[in-house]
Design a protein around this ligand. Structure first.
Ligand SMILES: Nc1ncnc2c1ncn2[C@@H]1O[C@H](COP(=O)(O)OP(=O)(O)OP(=O)(O)O)[C@@H](O)[C@H]1O
Ligand SMILES: [Mg+2]
Length: 251
């Protein structure tokens, strides 16, 4: 059990049972709360500089409501040093759980390519969440200059800039389109979680992370399946895939 929750959350959780906390990639604390009535929630808690991601996630969840299946925000509380985001749980398993889901790797690629096409077709006219290069490159520069990056990365900021020589093809992007962030529900419905980096960006932001994520599970690439199911492009631009995978290491 965590201590010193804001009163609003204490009252809410008083009646429920906690599941063991897990810590995700970002260092946020994530708790799953299963209620006796069968309802389930997720509470994410971020401190310090991690808070901005949760603030963005809250905005993205509000924006995507009624456009794509995603958790609903139950409570968002911003304190000076801590931010809390309580959402409903999506039913199902995240796509990284191949074996539980009993879906073959090829079928999974088909499903995720199809889901990505639908995400990228969401109209962006009124979307103010900008994750384009004009935003991301200065952020990368700052992290490089402040020495905040993983020291094992050999490619420096200069290499990023050299590869950044293309016109952006902007769509609405998930921003962290890896298997663990897609929930597969009944009849293979797909829902989106972990939307802290969602916004308008190049379609390859998501394509590149999908391929990188798939690599953790299989050496097969399923590029043809991706192209025919995604359908919005004729070929894979390997330079853009490399660029966005490199850009991701600057986070
Ligand atoms: N609303 C939700 N519904 C269903 N499952 C969820 C939900 N939120 C989180 N999960 C489960 O918990 C895992 C971790 O959550 P999430 O992806 O939000 O955190 P994370 O990967 O640590 O992200 P971040 O880097 O933003 O902290 C997910 O992969 C998923 O299995
Ligand atoms: Mg995640």
């Amino acid at each position: 059990m965590i201590h010193k929750l804001p009163n609003e959350l204490n009252i809410f959780f008083g009646k429920y049972q906690w599941e063991e906390p897990s810590t995700g990639e970002s260092g946020d604390k994530i708790y799953q709360i299963n209620c006796k009535d069968g309802k389930s929630y997720f509470l994410k808690i971020a401190i310090g500089s991690n808070q901005s991601n949760l603030i963005f996630e809250n905005q993205a969840l509000a924006w995507i409501k009624n456009k794509f299946l995603a958790p609903s925000v139950v409570k968002f509380i911003k304190e000076p040093d801590v931010t809390y985001l309580l959402t409903t749980a999506l039913e199902g398993q995240d796509a990284s759980k191949f074996s539980i889901l009993n879906i073959s790797e090829a079928e999974m690629m088909k499903l995720l390519a199809n889901t990505l096409r639908r995400i990228h077709q969401i109209p962006i006219d009124n979307c103010t969440m900008d994750q384009g290069l004009a935003t991301r490159i200065p952020q990368a520069k700052k992290r490089w200059e402040l020495d905040l990056m993983d020291k094992n990365i050999s490619d420096p900021y200069e290499s990023l800039i050299q590869k950044c020589n293309f016109q952006e093809d902007q769509v609405f992007t998930h921003g962290d389109y890896c298997l663990a962030n897609i929930i597969i529900g009944k009849n293979n419905s797909t829902g989106l979680i972990d939307l802290g980096r969602a916004g308008v960006s190049d379609r390859y932001q998501d394509i590149s992370l999908l391929f990188r994520s798939f690599k953790y599970y299989t050496s097969k690439r399923f590029e043809d399946i991706f192209l025919s199911e995604y359908g919005l492009i004729d070929y894979l631009d390997r330079e853009k895939i490399e660029f966005y995978q490199l850009l991701d290491t600057f986070l």
